[in-house]
Design a protein around this ligand. Sequence first.
Ligand SMILES: Cc1ncc(COP(=O)(O)O)c(C=O)c1O
Length: 472
Amino acid sequence: MAKNTGLSKLEDRLAAILADRETRSQRRRLSTFPPHSVDFSSNSYLSLSLTPEIRQTYLELLKSVPDSTPLFGSGGSRLLDGNSPLSEDLEREVAAFHGAPTGLLFNSGFDANAGLFACLTQPGDVVVYDELAHASMHDGMRASRAALCVPFRHNCVYPEQVQRCQDSTTSKRKDGPKSLRETLHQLLGSDDEPLSAALRSGERNVFIAVEGVYSMDGDVAPLKDIVACIEHRLPRGNGYLIVDEAHSTGIFGDQGRGLVCELGLEDKVFLRLHTFGKAMGSAGAIVLCSPVTREYLINYARTLVYTTALPTSCLASIKVTYAFLSTPQFDDVRQKLRWLMRYTHSVLVAICARHTTQDDQPTSSDRLLIRVNPTPPTSPIIPLLTSQPRSLAAFCQQRGLVVRPIVAPTVPEGSERVRICLHAANTKEQVDRLGQAIEEWGVTTSRAAASGRPRDKAAGPSAAQQFLKPSL
Ligand SMILES: Cc1ncc(COP(=O)(O)O)c(C=O)c1O
């Protein structure tokens, strides 16, 4: 007899799907942490939304907004009543700051990617994307009219890099996407394939989609090599590079202009996306592109046309944060973050040396392992590889240190990790506390393993779970 769960048939089905996800240890849950927890998790790398000068300027700007201007809601889509002189001025200012001809605001980076990938590709075009490209690009590609969307091996422009990556201890994959050069070669190479001929003649376009900094590894795209490869393989100029600077905005380039500006590639990149929800500490995003591309997006990007535009309160926060980037204090903030990156890395390297197995096997399930890239980080994201990310993250969370476990399928199997994100407002003492917690976890977990106790029990429930548990 069917169990009466009080759920409709649909809800029964949804519950079963969730239960299945749970058994695969992939169920997602919302969590909150006690107010004084230490943030080693959010993407607010520069802690700008906590900076007193920015908060003060923001409040003053809000006070100066006339009563006749809506503050909390824009009242409609940019194409109807949601446009304003503030939006247009901000687009001009931000585009000029990043050395781009024009800019177009979107409500989020997700909206921007989903909208632009869906509409820019023309029938028969191809998208070649880094295999770790963000979900929003995938949503856009899925809705697009592209003939093909093909991944290339993460950050590998040349075949030798794929080989090196396969030989490395973190990646045991022997198959999978090829390098960018090989991928383009294959697409263009076939003599009797009409698509190849159309790409070779320049009749069809290839969009190459990458990120500036990748959110899970914190590694930086080899943009100069990518540009050189595109120019070499697509000499007719039908290769269009799109760079998502979600995690490089504010971190790279003079005054935080981003990676493209740092490398002087402004004229080589077809379109850039800067988001304001990460280092900029606000919300929303801007697409930097040519005037005609901007006009096209205004007409065809559904995630812009059919949504209520950003409110004045949000535009004001973006404006004051950009103004702060040009102040001497901003240099201090970035220097502090860079110091923390070096210091944290040295702490982690020392701990890992004490808690890494002899043969350094990251996928081995019966050995304790913590491993950090020996090269100092170039971004504030430091992955700490471990075969037990949930246990380690929970152990830290119980001590008020918020780090997150990242498991497959978000990252490839065998490269599970705890993601440590540093912020300008973090202190040396907080990093030391984090180091101590990781060290303690290493010792506790080794002992538990030696005595045959199940290791996942070592840490108990996460602080988030405890916080959500009703008190008895
Ligand atoms: C690379 C990348 N692009 C786009 C987005 C989406 O940006 P937003 O959070 O503004 O929607 C994210 C967010 O996680 C991201 O990591």
